[in-house]
Design a protein around this ligand. Structure first.
Ligand code: ATP
Ligand code: MG
Length: 306
């Protein structure tokens, strides 16, 4: 499954976060509704992604002209976007627009689906992720993934987190250390430290999802891909995952697919809007919700379709 790791990330946005009064009067009706989405983020705990937005952060994965095909059916068209280091990039758009497909190109999970093909480039440390000769096992350690439904293995809590490390042949003492560290990293340690040898399937849905995050973290990834990680969770468990994302981004580059625009506003620095397999627009999240440049983006965030 997935995993992650890092790079330098500065702070302080270089962009204005709110329109000037004269811009407000020119703004379309979209911005009022969308502003309430951004305003919602202001009541969400102490984290405010606008304060740590870094439009100049290094690009961790630079995607250029990604095309993707399921057999003859094309699902992505010339998608180009930078995924910036130690920033959260949210991907939004209506069902079927290609968000998951795109996310899965980044760690080659689509390879598991027969008759699929990707073209274009996704440069990760100078190497094109889409090249045939990429070592996908190593790639998936460096670029971890968390899925919509928590998918712990039917093993103990400890062994779930230890899984990737055992495959790597790490020593028992290192495994023990990394399991504890990863469970701390996934904000789960306190809840499970007394039951590490019990089945992971006995955990709540939210705990299982954090366990899957711990499992990804254990192999020290650099990037974490999350495909609607909260869609199967209740609001409290969702909040915990969102808080966790805001902690993890200090070390990891995160890409999250979400249907929940409030969630995108609460956790992400950048938002990309997909429609019919195309990336319509990507920008700092506040810009997408308050001043979208494209009419399609405006229509979507104001609830006119999707
Ligand atoms: N395994 C597959 N085989 C064939 N077509 C597929 C497959 N998976 C997805 N597709 C198609 O590719 C397109 C993009 O699907 P994808 O799952 O990436 O969309 P999505 O934006 O993640 O949607 P959702 O929000 O519903 O999860 C859709 O038309 C979908 O039907
Ligand atoms: Mg999807």
């Amino acid at each position: 499954m997935g995993m992650e790791a890092q790079r330098p990330g500065n702070s302080e946005p270089n962009v204005r976060l709110h329109p000037k009064p004269d811009e407000t009067t020119q703004a379309s009706s979209t911005t009022q509704e969308a502003s309430s989405i951004v305003a919602a983020s202001e009541h969400m705990g102490s984290f405010d992604p606008r304060k740590t937005l870094n439009p100049a952060a290094d690009v961790k994965i630079d995607v250029t002209n990604a095309d993707f095909f399921y057999g003859k059916k094309q699902a992505l068209y010339k998608v180009s976007l930078p995924l910036r280091t130690r920033q959260v990039t949210a991907l939004i758009g209506p069902s079927g627009c290609g968000k998951s497909t795109f996310l899965r190109t980044l760690n080659r999970m689509n390879d598991l689906i027969p008759n699929t093909r990707v073209e274009g480039q996704a440069l990760f440390d100078g190497q094109n992720i889409y090249e045939k000769n990429v070592d996908v096992v190593l790639l998936r350690q460096r670029i971890g993934m968390v899925f919509q439904r928590p998918n712990p293995f039917p093993k103990s809590i400890f062994e779930n987190v230890a899984y990737g490390l055992r495959i790597q042949g790490k020593s028992q003492s290192l495994i023990k250390e990394m399991v504890e560290k990863s469970l701390h990293g996934a904000a789960l340690w306190e809840e499970v430290k007394d039951r590490l040898n019990t089945s992971a399937l006995g955990l709540s849905g939210g705990q299982q999802q954090r366990l899957c995050i711990a499992r990804a973290l254990a192999v020290q990834p650099e990037v974490l891909l999350m495909d609607e990680p909260c869609s199967a969770l209740d609001p409290i468990a969702t909040l915990k995952i969102e808080e966790l994302i805001t902690q993890l981004v200090k070390e990891y580059t995160i890409v999250i697919v979400t249907h929940n625009m409030q969630q995108a506003a609460r956790v992400s620095h950048f938002t990309g809007f997909f429609l019919s397999g195309k990336l319509i627009e990507i920008a700092p999240t506040t810009n997408i919700f308050e001043r979208p440049k494209q009419k399609e983006t405006e229509d979507y965030i104001s609830g006119r379709f999707g």
